[in-house]
Each structure stands twice: as structure tokens, then as C-alpha cells.
Design a protein around this ligand. Structure first.
Ligand SMILES: Cc1cc2nc3c(=O)[nH]c(=O)nc-3n(C[C@H](O)[C@H](O)[C@H](O)COP(=O)(O)OP(=O)(O)OC[C@H]3O[C@@H](n4cnc5c(N)ncnc54)[C@H](O)[C@@H]3O)c2cc1C
Length: 256
């Protein structure tokens, strides 16, 4: 249980393959991986939520549940972050699973990453420093490092979230987050089943006011989809068209 970020990084980087940081441990405990050293981050005080000048900042140890109930989070982006996590397993689970573990693990199915990407979030590592979430997703990751916080531009944008699931608390078959500030739109599609990605074509459609339907079609045409036990590539492509259209329509109707 290190008491400083530097100490945590030293412990992790001495053997990054076998020494792991513990988030809420919800995913880690499912596996059969042998862990030589488990580095508990709970004494680092990373469970803060801060409203800074122009930023909403979530410490890596913030439980997902806080994204549903903390007023600083629910009061922004039309409650996007709370909506994105509300179907993940159950309340007791969401009291344990952390935003840091969710981002660091870069799951393809992640509702959390899908939503954060539509808000242009940034991630801060102790050693690697700050980078966009998008850059982190396309990097080789940061083994041996500690994710410290997630920084979200607090620019007053509106946002909508849509996902389709085979049952209410299952992993998403597809997840979509759309955000808007005037004519600046962001469209993020996750669980394709690959990790969430933005659709620049859909964003351009919306910026040029070509409509939600055109944006849905553009996202379906631009992004890569795949099949797994939850859905086929073709089903996901069709759902992307529908969910992007629905999410964009909500924001068109609200802002005109
Ligand atoms: C049954 C089940 C169903 C789920 N369903 C969904 C779903 O529908 N949608 C969804 O979005 N997610 C889902 N998840 C994922 C869940 O929301 C969390 O993302 C997941 O449990 C990881 O968070 P954690 O805090 O438990 O991390 P852990 O399991 O503790 O860690 C996950 C990984 O991140 C590393 N790590 C954790 N914190 C840090 C840090 N600060 N710095 C560096 N490395 C770190 C760990 O070493 C490990 O490699 C599900 C998980 C489970 C177990």
C-alpha cells in the first residue's frame, strides 16, 4: 500500500508484467492471472472529484457510482457519465469499480470510455504525463505507470448516450455517445466490439447540418465493426446508424 505515486510506480515498474495496480479489483478478480505483487492504490487519495477552472477532474480511484450521484458530475453534460455507467452490473458493483481501472484497461466494450471520448477527456499518468484519451487508446499503453486522473473540459456542452444490450445489465452490444456545443459535435461509438472511436464523418455531417440520419449513416459507413457472441458485424453496423441518429436527434431537438 504505497503512500506516494512515485513509490507506487517504482513497485510497478520493477516488474510490469507481474506487478499490478489494484483499482476496484472487479475485473482483476475474474481472471486466473498470477500476480506476484499487487499494488493497492487506496492510500494515494485518488478518489477526488474536483471542479477546476475549465475542467471537471476525476481521480482514478473514483468509483463508477459517483458518476451517477455526485452533483458535480450529474450536473454536467446532461448527466452523460451517469447514464453511461448506470447499466453496468449493479449499484454494489459500481461502488467498487473505478473510473481509473475502466480507462486503464481499455476494454472494447467500455461504456465509460465511449462517454469520455465524446467529451474529449484527457488522462494524466504519473510518469508519462498528460495526453488525450484518444492518444492513450491508440498507444501501447503505459505499463508500470499509475493513472492519476481524468480531466474533462468543462465547456458546457450537451450530450446524449445510447446503448443496446441483450439484457439490461449485460455488456453493451453497441454504445454511442454524442456531444454538442453549437456546431462543434463529437460522435463516439464503442463496443463495436473494438474500443471506442470517434467518427469524423458523422461529426462533419452534423456540423454541416445535414441531419441526424446522415450522421448515423456516415458513422456506420466509416467505422470498423466486428462479430462476437453478443452480435454480428452487420447488426452492429445497423445499430450504429440507429443509435447515432437517436443521440444526435436528442441534441438537435434540444438546441434547434
Ligand atoms: C462482470 C463484469 C461486467 C462488466 N460490465 C461492464 C459494462 O457493461 N460496461 C462497462 O463499461 N464496463 C463493464 N465492466 C468493467 C467495469 O466497469 C470496470 O471497468 C472494471 O471492473 C475495471 O475497473 P476496476 O476498478 O475493477 O479495475 P481493476 O479490475 O482493479 O483493474 C483493471 C486493470 O486496470 C489496472 N489499473 C486499475 N487502476 C489503475 C490505475 N489507477 N493506474 C494504473 N493501472 C490501473 C489494473 O492493474 C488492471 O490491469 C464489467 C466488469 C465486470 C467484472
Amino acid at each position: 500500500m504505497p503512500t506516494s505515486l512515485e513509490e507506487a510506480c517504482q513497485l510497478l515498474s520493477s516488474d510490469p508484467r507481474n506487478h499490478v495496480a489494484l483499482g476496484g479489483c472487479c475485473w482483476l478478480r475474474l481472471g486466473s492471472r498470477r500476480i506476484r505483487k499487487a499494488v493497492d492504490l487506496s492510500r494515494l487519495g485518488l478518489d477526488y472529484i474536483r471542479e477546476e477552472e475549465g475542467w471537471l477532474v476525476l481521480g482514478a480511484s473514483v468509483p463508477l457510482r459517483q458518476m451517477e450521484i455526485h452533483p458535480a458530475v450529474t450536473g454536467r453534460f446532461d448527466g452523460l457519465l451517469g447514464r453511461a455507467v448506470s447499466s453496468i452490473v449493479g449499484v454494489q458493483f459500481r461502488n467498487l469499480a473505478t473510473v481509473g481501472g475502466s480507462v486503464y484497461a481499455r476494454f472494447g466494450f467500455s461504456d465509460v470510455i465511449t462517454a469520455l471520448l465524446a467529451l474529449d477527456a484527457r488522462v494524466v499518468f504519473h510518469r508519462a504525463g498528460e495526453m488525450s484519451l484518444e492518444a492513450f487508446l491508440s498507444s501501447d499503453g503505459c505499463p508500470g505507470d499509475v493513472l492519476v486522473e481524468i480531466r474533462i473540459p468543462d465547456d458546457g456542452r450537451r450530450a446524449a448516450y445510447e446503448s443496446v444490450r441483450r439484457s439490461s445489465t449485460d455488456f453493451p452490444v453497441l454504445a454511442v455517445a454524442v456531444s454538442r456545443q453549437g456546431d462543434d459535435w463529437r460522435v463516439s461509438v464503442g463496443a463495436r466490439p473494438y474500443a471506442a472511436q470517434r467518427s469524423s464523418e458523422a461529426e462533419a455531417c452534423l456540423a454541416q447540418r445535414r441531419g441526424a440520419q446522415a450522421a448515423g449513416e456516415a458513422a456506420a459507413a466509416q467505422l470498423r465493426f466486428g462479430s462476437n457472441l453478443r452480435g454480428s458485424e452487420e447488426y452492429r453496423r445497423r445499430m450504429a446508424e440507429v443509435l447515432v441518429r437517436r443521440a444526435a436527434q436528442q441534441l438537435e431537438e434540444e438546441q434547434g
